[in-house]
Design a protein around this ligand. Structure first.
Ligand SMILES: *[C@@H]1O[C@H](CO)[C@@H](O)[C@H](O)[C@H]1NC(C)=O
Ligand SMILES: *[C@@H]1O[C@H](CO)[C@@H](O)[C@H](O)[C@H]1NC(C)=O
Ligand SMILES: *[C@@H]1O[C@H](CO)[C@@H](O)[C@H](O)[C@H]1NC(C)=O
Ligand SMILES: *[C@@H]1O[C@H](CO)[C@@H](O)[C@H](O)[C@H]1NC(C)=O
Length: 191
């Protein structure tokens, strides 16, 4: 029993210590994904910083195209809060709110900010089964002007696609982080 406990503790430690990640930038946005302990943590920010008062909404979707891809849509509010809304569309049309998403996304408020110089979002979501999968992303310049996750949203100004491949990140200086340099198709460096 003791041996089993010791082994499973070891296995749990090894599992927790494995951190996977990837990053992607195009001309418009930089995205990072970190997988650790059954949770994926996603960050997305425009390459050209957009201040709070000009920020509309930004989104990451899990899939190849907009139709049938679960999406996490995020925006800053006038009252300094942030709204996270999970939606899905069956066509290239305004997506419906997903009332009970199979994977519930949670805003990571400590790593989300929007101020007079820039806006950046981080959220966590239970890990999927896959380590390599396509994503879509989008930005709209018009803010919904509502804190409600079911607020109507306007159409995106730009969109992008990426193939995410989560690979092991080596620990350096006590931390792990995928590096992502703007203005390059695929520039993530696993440390
Ligand atoms: C939103 O849901 C309604 C009701 O189920 C459905 O008719 C409509 O096609 C959905 N719209 C999108 C874009 O998925
Ligand atoms: C905006 O927030 C970021 C992240 O916290 C910070 O680095 C930056 O200095 C802030 N800018 C202003 C003008 O407050
Ligand atoms: C939100 O308010 C801004 C500033 O008044 C405005 O430009 C924008 O069109 C509004 N958004 C919507 C969805 O009406
Ligand atoms: C992702 O991979 C698919 C299949 O290999 C490819 O057709 C597509 O162009 C890739 N997308 C991007 C944004 O690199």
């Amino acid at each position: 029993m003791l041996k089993f406990l010791a082994l499973s503790t070891l296995a749990a430690t090894a599992l927790a210590a494995t951190t996977l990640g990837d990053g992607y930038c195009d001309d418009n946005a930089c995205i990072t994904a970190i997988r650790s302990g059954g949770t994926d943590t996603w960050s997305i920010a425009p390459v050209t910083p957009i201040p709070h008062d000009n920020f509309g909404w930004i989104a990451i979707g899990f899939g190849k195209n907009m139709p049938n891809s679960p999406m996490v849509i995020l925006w800053p509010n006038a009252d300094e809060t942030f709204t996270l809304s999970q939606r899905e569309a069956n066509a290239r049309a305004p997506p419906n709110v997903t009332e009970t998403p199979p994977r519930v996304a949670t805003l990571d408020a400590a790593h989300t900010y929007s101020n007079s110089s820039a806006t950046s979002f981080t959220f966590s979501i239970p890990s999927s089964e896959e380590t390599a999968f396509p994503i879509i992303f989008a930005y709209a310049a018009i803010n919904p002007n509502s804190t409600s996750p079911s607020a109507p949203i306007r159409k995106h100004a730009w969109t992008g696609h990426a193939n995410i491949t989560l690979t092991e990140l080596k620990e350096e200086g006590g931390g792990t982080k995928p590096h992502c340099k703007p203005k390059k198709r695929r520039s993530m460096v696993a440390l």
